[in-house]
Ligand binder design. Structure first.
Ligand SMILES: [Zn+2]
Length: 381
């Protein structure tokens, strides 16, 4: 065998073993050998390397089958930390997680009336504070993942944010040069889909659609267990699919876009008054008829767009991210009724419709998990 091939095989074995330890720890060397089919000396040598590199550590608590207790191996999830940032239209979430995606620190900010320059300044200060208070670890900060509510091209440049003013801001360069760690810029819905797939409601699914409903509607497509980005990175802009070809003009240049009817902004505009979150919560308590009618319409308009999505992708699951949908099963029921009345295929019963389980942290957690995956792949590269 050529040296180059031997190196490749070694890296592949190392990656395989590390993945096994990450997903099945605590696990013994003997069991690793069984589950991977690699011989014991290969397992021993590779594991020793990763113990020396502090990615894996040993504990002495294995189940004994009579003889000596085997030493068990654990993934060192505190070997480093990741920062995930979700810059929304009106707010920002910044999370620090360990390599297992467990949140160590979380900060939330109101961005109403903030310019991109002010937001960047806040982002850099917050990141620095998180780095300063981060627990000591062998690899420190392994990366910063940032998501934005708009189009991000394959070069990770922000090219269009219809509801904010981030077009052309060189965010990746600014953050990379400040902290000297890998930085990824991602679309908010793609990051949310990724987060739900790794840690949340979509763990069990390889083909699902993630729909983030806020000021606009963002869609993340996971097809065949891969995030589908499109040639330029612009896939999933389904908030701008035409629902009414004579409808009102949208910021995107089109008319009658789905998000003009089914976004949370549209839902709030449909209410008889300017009800804030507290007002909505108290009216829900009192079973307010007007509010329930508005929520039913919200579900109905979401369902209209979902008919198009269901007919196009035939997914296993649809995950919806919005606080009102997460807390009112009523909206999901209205949505399913619309689907069943407009589709011959019983999609409403064949596909799982689930509220997000990560809630407002979904995109920032997804951004963290992207950095963690990049780091772990780098260990074995
Ligand atoms: Zn539009």
């Amino acid at each position: 065998m050529m040296i180059a091939d031997q190196n490749l095989v070694k890296k592949m074995n190392k990656r395989r073993l590390l993945q096994e330890v990450i997903h099945h720890s605590p696990i013994s060397r003997a069991n690793l050998s069984k589950t991977t089919g690699l011989n014991k000396s290969t397992v021993s040598a590779q594991i020793q390397e990763m113990v020396d590199e502090k990615f894996i550590f040993e504990i002495g608590q294995g189940q004994s089958s009579g003889g000596r207790r085997p030493v068990m191996l654990m993934f060192n999830k505190q070997a480093g930390y990741a920062i995930g940032v979700d810059i929304g239209v009106d707010d920002m979430t910044v999370l620090l997680t360990d390599l297992d995606g467990s949140i160590v620190t979380e900060r939330y900010f109101d961005l109403k009336q903030s310019s991109p320059d002010e937001t960047i300044a806040l982002l850099l200060t917050t990141n620095q504070q998180m780095i300063d208070t981060m627990p000591a670890s062998p690899y420190g900060l392994i990366g910063i993942g940032i998501c934005v509510p708009g189009l991000v091209n394959r070069e990770e440049q922000i090219v269009l944010t219809p509801n904010t003013h981030w077009n052309g801001v060189e965010l990746k360069k600014i953050v990379e040069s400040t902290f000297n760690v890998p930085v990824t810029i991602e679309n908010e819905a793609n990051a949310g889909a990724y987060g739900e797939n790794i840690y949340g409601a979509a763990k069990a699914y390889d083909d699902f659609i993630y729909i983030s409903v806020s000021t606009g509607i963002g869609v993340g497509l996971v097809l065949g267990n891969e995030l589908y980005r499109g040639v330029h990175g612009f896939s999933g802009e389904m908030g701008h699919m035409t629902i009414d070809f004579n409808g009102p003009k949208c910021n995107c240049g089109n008319r009658g876009c789905w998000e003009l009817y089914a976004s949370e902004k549209a839902f709030r505009q449909s209410l008889p008054g300017e009800w804030n979150d507290d007002e909505i919560a108290s009216r829900l308590q009192k079973n307010d008829v007007e509010l329930f009618r508005a929520l039913e319409n919200f579900g109905h308009y979401l369902g209209i767009g979902l008919v198009n999505i269901a007919n196009t992708f035939d997914p296993e699951a649809v995950i919806l991210r919005n606080p009102l949908i997460e807390s009112n099963p009523f909206v999901l029921n209205a949505l399913k009724n619309t689907l069943s009345s407009r589709m011959n295929v019983r999609f409403d019963t064949e596909c799982a419709f689930l509220p997000s389980t990560l809630g407002k942290n979904a995109p920032a957690l997804g951004a963290c998990s992207m950095m963690i995956e990049q780091f772990i792949n780098g260990i074995t590269a």
